[in-house]
Write a protein that binds this ligand. Sequence first.
Ligand SMILES: Nc1nc(=O)c2c([nH]1)NC[C@@H]1CN(c3ccc(C(=O)N[C@@H](CCC(=O)O)C(=O)O)cc3)CN21
Ligand SMILES: CC(C)C(=O)C(=O)O
Ligand SMILES: [Mg+2]
Length: 300
Amino acid sequence: MKDKVTIHTLKRLKQSGQKITMVTAYDATFAHVFDEAGADVLLVGDSLGMVIQGHDSTLPVTMDQMVYHSLAVNRGTKRALVVTDMPFMSYQVSVEEAVRNAGRLVAEGKAGAVKLEGGAEFADVISAIVRASIPVMGHLGLTPQSVHKMGGYVVQGRDEDAANKILEDALALERAGCFSLVLEGVPLELGRQITQRLSIPTIGIGAGKYCDGQVLVCYDLLGMNPDFKPKFVKRYANLHGSITEAVGAYFSEVRAGTFPDEEHSFKSKPIRLVTAPPEPTTEAPGEGAEKMGPVYGAPV
Ligand SMILES: Nc1nc(=O)c2c([nH]1)NC[C@@H]1CN(c3ccc(C(=O)N[C@@H](CCC(=O)O)C(=O)O)cc3)CN21
Ligand SMILES: CC(C)C(=O)C(=O)O
Ligand SMILES: [Mg+2]
């Protein structure tokens, strides 16, 4: 087996100028495909609240759900580093709760690292988790758990003050002990400058080409949702189209009676079934007989 990716692998990739590949995964089957395809990092993103659960934000996602998906992704992964998002309210209340929850993701969910959103105001939380020997990935810029504070999913750091604040936060996260950080929804030039100023690798999503790596939500890059196409998403496949075609063909064949055919059916020697048909019932139909329909409820 190819060597497992660790936080040290990622630092070496930055130092040698090689890009880091990261994609979200939520289950073992997709994780296995992405791992074999060469992902360096698999992110069990709290975006699962939107793409798996159908919510309109990531806020309702719970710790138990992140543990469940993290374990599933872990089982499908051989080489990639599995990073699991800390969900909303699992690290904001107190340092103690944050360390305990990060510990659950690693101990119960078998994550190799955790990710949390926020800047300098979370430096104490991050250093406490790192002190517990749990690697932490930061996440700055467009931080979806702050959707109400941001007033929507809006690009961050467009003016000089906002850009400087994000750079300060990035430096604070590096000092606090993050091994890497996600930069989401910031202008290309800010992505470039932060990447240049940090010794830890930056992973961009809508943060331009100068980041040390890139991450996308797997369903976005695979083209699963024709109604979701923000500027930073590139579709490398049209799974929505392929799947619609595939299940459509299946439904047509079922309706036409051409599936299953002989090739997809089990054969045996000729068999004569000897079990007698049931005796006609003599009892009066009991309560609920009506609901059972004409076959069982039929008068005798
Ligand atoms: N499927 C999916 N992909 C994601 O990238 C993603 C999620 N879900 N859920 C969690 C967050 C939410 N994200 C989002 C959601 C919407 C936009 C969006 O609509 N952006 C517009 C407007 C940007 C602006 O006004 O500044 C765009 O065109 O990029 C961006 C990021 C990123 N994350
Ligand atoms: C988009 C990535 C960075 C993320 O945090 C998620 O998928 O939840
Ligand atoms: Mg997330």
